[in-house]
Design a binder for this molecule. Structure first.
Ligand code: ZN
Length: 217
């Protein structure tokens, strides 16, 4: 049995060496075939975060129980994409919709991820320009009000189109492309919802700090 493994750590956000902190085997049989189920507690060498790895071994396999299972199950699964740290500063609805969209991406659910991107984008549009019917109209109004540039509007229009196609025409977007779509969405949410709040916070601090500076003689 291997006592360490190099696997992805959700907390560190990268591959790390993990040690097998505990292991348990259970056995049963179906006819001539013996089945060994192994549960291992893996501890990250970088941060100490623990996950469960489950393996199944049938006596017909060439390799030994507990080793080299080609398809072990990890609980929780790998979070390929991390949530941005500023997500907590968004409204509850937008935060939950964004978080669910990232989860859909991480669980390889392209239809749900595409619809999620469109849903978050719609929330952004409604919050900035009101509910003006069609997506295209809202996007044009967003540009007219100088919230986005023309090239940003064109990018956002693609997100809306992919979301529509997934919801209404059974379009299954490439999972890598969905990662890029979430990059685009993150940039716009940060620009329109996160940065203005941060700017205001820093301005308030600057005023407070400035008020405490002694005047020149
Ligand atoms: Zn870690």
């Amino acid at each position: 049995m291997s006592h360490s493994a190099r696997i992805f750590c959700n907390e560190c956000g990268r591959e790390q060496q993990h040690k097998v902190a505990a292991s348990h085997d259970s056995f049963n049989a179906e006819g001539e075939v013996e089945i060994t189920r192994t549960a291992e507690l893996l501890e990250c060498g970088g941060c100490g975060y623990t996950i469960l790895r489950r393996k199944v071994h049938f006596s017909e396999f060439q390799y030994q129980p507990g080793d080299l299972d080609p398809d072990p199950e990890y609980i929780p699964g790998q979070k390929l994409r991390q949530e941005p740290v500023w997500l907590v500063s968004l409204s509850t609805n937008m935060r939950e919709a964004f978080s669910e969209t990232i989860r859909a991406l991480n669980y390889d659910m392209p239809y749900l991820a595409a619809v999620g991107v469109r849903t978050v984008l719609d929330m952004v549009l409604v919050s900035k320009v009101g509910d003006y019917g069609r997506f295209e109209t809202k996007l044009r109004k967003l540009e007219k009000n100088c919230h986005v540039t023309s090239s940003e509007r064109e990018r956002l229009n693609v997100l809306a189109e992919v979301g529509n196609a997934a919801a209404h025409r059974g379009f299954r977007a490439d999972i890598g492309d969905l990662g890029i779509m979430i990059d685009i969405l993150e940039r716009i949410v940060q620009k329109l919802h996160v940065d203005p709040e941060k700017d205001k916070e820093l301005s308030d601090h600057a005023k407070r700090i400035g008020a405490g500076v002694p005047p020149r003689p």
